[in-house]
Design a protein around this ligand. Sequence first.
Ligand SMILES: Nc1ncnc2c1ncn2[C@@H]1O[C@H](COP(=O)(O)OP(=O)(O)OP(=O)(O)O)[C@@H](O)[C@H]1O
Ligand SMILES: [Zn+2]
Length: 701
Amino acid sequence: MNYVQVYIEHNSLSLNQTFTYQTDQEVSIGSRVKVPFGHQTLIGFVDAICDQCDLENVKSVLEVLDPEPLLDPELLQLASWMADHYVTSKISCLKTMLPPALKPSSTHRPIVYEQWAMAGKGSGSLTPKQAAFLASLSFPCKLSQLRKRSRTMTQRLIDQGYIMVEQRPKGMSKIVSTHPDHAFTLTPEQKQAVATISTSSDTIFLLHGVTGSGKTEVFLQLAQQVLATGKQVLFLVPEIGLTPMMIDRVSARFGNRIAIYHSQLNAQEKYDQYRLVKENKVDIVIGTRSAVFMPFSNLGLILMDEEHDASYKQENMPRYHTRDIVKWRAQYHGCKVVLASATPSLDSYARAYKGVYHLVELTHRISVSMPTIHLVDMKTQKSQAGLSQDLLDAISTRFTHQEQTILLLNRRGYLPIMRCMDCGQTMTCPDCGLALSYHKKDHVLMCHCCGRTFAYTDSCPTCGGHHFYQSSMGTEKLEEQLHSLFPSAHVVRMDADTTRKKKAHQKLLQEFERSGDILLGTQMVAKGLDFARVSLVGIINADSGLARLDFSSNELAYDLLEQASGRSGRQSQQGEVYIQTFDPDQYVMRCVRYHDYKRFFKQEMQFRHLGMYPPYVYMCTLIFSDSDPARAMKKASQAKAMAVSVKVLGPVEISMRQKKVRYRLVLKARNQNTLHDCVWQIAKAMKGNVDINMYPILLEE
Ligand SMILES: Nc1ncnc2c1ncn2[C@@H]1O[C@H](COP(=O)(O)OP(=O)(O)OP(=O)(O)O)[C@@H](O)[C@H]1O
Ligand SMILES: [Zn+2]
């Protein structure tokens, strides 16, 4: 008889409590088990096994779901570290690491296979009809389709060896690159970067390369070296929008020993990719945030592209940052890490500045110079439909030269704010208290915070008025305006509304590359895109990011403007950028104007120093929510009273969620351990009644 300690997910439990059960079945640490808990049957993870126990009346495990452990010792150790580091529940960490098909709550569905027909050598005579049938086939194809055409002929061809049958996991598509590969002769700067990273004895590198400086080629060459030694490579990209282009380049170079892992795969597909890694059938994994948990056995290099990107931080439990996990795993495997960006996070650049990371720079574009930036002062320029005359002229010129334009407007929908002209009230979400946006195609009002939609109404709920301010504009409206301004132009729109379907990003980008004139969209169009014919970028409402009063607003605004600008003139044409702003003298604008990251870094660091913000301090936010405001306030005050060793801001009331009032405390400390210990003490006392965000990159969400 064995006794097992099991983690169970349940609201009433305090953080990381385990329960003891007994079993005589084969079980390992890291397996899932079904156990009785009160009146319920729940699934938990085995954390420890022993053959003795002092407790009485120990209940029995109902079923061992995985005789083999799901997670290897490395990942189990990582989960413990995460739970401690982020002051969160260990079971949420274990769950995050697994593909959905293997999560505790899921009914573990066995993998579904389908049969594929491949060309076989074959021998023996065929009737003319059979020969014609065989000649008409193009391999590989699904066997079920052949059988539909002719069951008997298909069987005959299989019997004679003309068709070979292969089992493949259902839905597993072969990765096919749409572009041919060309490995470039590296520029001297690129060559130097590759040499430095591969020969240095340091382990963490920050590759700071201006937009279009050829960081991808540096990645590919480094990956090649590591693959040649028989080790695995993890290639992280920030979000699904960027993956199609990157997957294309990586698979063109390395063929199909690649696994791809991102949020748009369904459960079966994720499971397939996970298995490929677990069974050592691939050498490279390319993917978004969650790919950092793939079960590698022999990792040789981790590349993290656009390391500054906010999508690397998970904003629900467990609230981890991919960069932290990357560093932990690299240390475990003894491998190198390359963090790369044209606009590194302040945190990473500050570490590189101090010599904690090894800074490697690419200061030039390959064959053109950096794009010319025009700051358009919207206080003085005439504009039509939100577009300044300068930008309109620049767009028109592109048509005659068969060049392309990218327009960034970081707001989706048609009218981002429904504000009544009679009483001045704004329509807001009853759950969140935030402004509702009008989406014309679906004819709904939508809350961009919680996603709730409401039937469109043209009368103000406060005064019954029927007129709303029309001055604001989202991408849907801009698209409409562009159609009337440039009727013959091919306009492609990319935002959360047009990319809901699977592979939508890829299709839209392909459409634009083939025949588009203008690609318009939200921040999705600002990142990573590399199109040879784009020579103009227009940024419509450049001030929108600066208006937010968060400690990192300026950093995020700088990143977005510099990255968006960086899409222009990357290959042969000299690029131009028009940035429409009401405040051209703001220092973020001035730094973007000269692509001067270092100047931005220096100024922003001064601001952070004065305000006592990261990277000068370690920070954590605690959010207390309750349908009763007084109760929420009371919890926040109790926590504040406990936080004597750190600096505390608040409690302040922030926007509601799900009809609950929320109060926030911000905790800061110069010493990481001081903060960590203080938050743990609060977490234990609060018994889960607090939402903890260690090391947030934003205060408001
Ligand atoms: N050595 C080279 N010779 C010629 N062309 C190159 C070379 N290296 C890269 N390129 C080309 O330069 C362009 C920019 O490279 P890449 O997309 O890797 O830039 P990047 O540094 O990742 O930029 P961003 O940060 O903006 O994404 C690409 O079209 C790429 O094919
Ligand atoms: Zn809402």
